[in-house]
Design a protein around this ligand. Structure first.
Ligand code: CO
Length: 134
């Protein structure tokens, strides 16, 4: 079921500063910021060749990463995203195994225009897991 690592996401308090760190200090190629109001974040992607880094900044009132940044004010690793071939089949298999799917359990369209789901970190070794249909 589990496919390749699509990205590792890092929550940051200041997206412009984080983007500059990756672009200028690390010499990375960065995308333009993309606002995702439905997800409560603005994102920048960094292509590292074998995978991507997703920088996340809170957007709007009830951003799902606001509490994380309260606990980690300078930012931190927020989630890992794995690709799956069939997100509904993956969800049903995980739910049958007792894993908790966040939100209403239905995929939302993510930053790449593809369906995504998030899985409870307590069910996956303390790490928030995103699944994206490849
Ligand atoms: Co992500």
């Amino acid at each position: 079921m589990l496919g390749r690592l699509n990205h590792v996401a890092i929550a940051v308090p200041d997206l412009a500063a984080a983007t500059a760190t990756y672009r200028d200090t690390l010499g990375a190629k960065v995308t333009e910021p993309q606002a995702l109001p439905e997800h409560g974040v603005t994102v920048v992607f960094i292509d590292t060749g074998n995978t991507k880094i997703e920088l996340l900044e809170p957007l709007g009132e009830n951003s799902p990463i606001a509490a994380f940044l309260d606990k980690n004010p300078s930012g931190g690793m927020h989630h890992v995203c794995y690709e799956v071939d069939d997100i509904l089949a993956a969800r049903d298999r995980l739910k049958a195994a007792g894993a908790r799917v966040l939100g209403d359990g239905n995929p939302k369209i993510g930053a790449h225009g593809k369906p995504v789901l998030f899985l409870h970190p307590k069910d996956f070794c303390g790490t928030l897991v995103e699944l994206e249909q490849a």
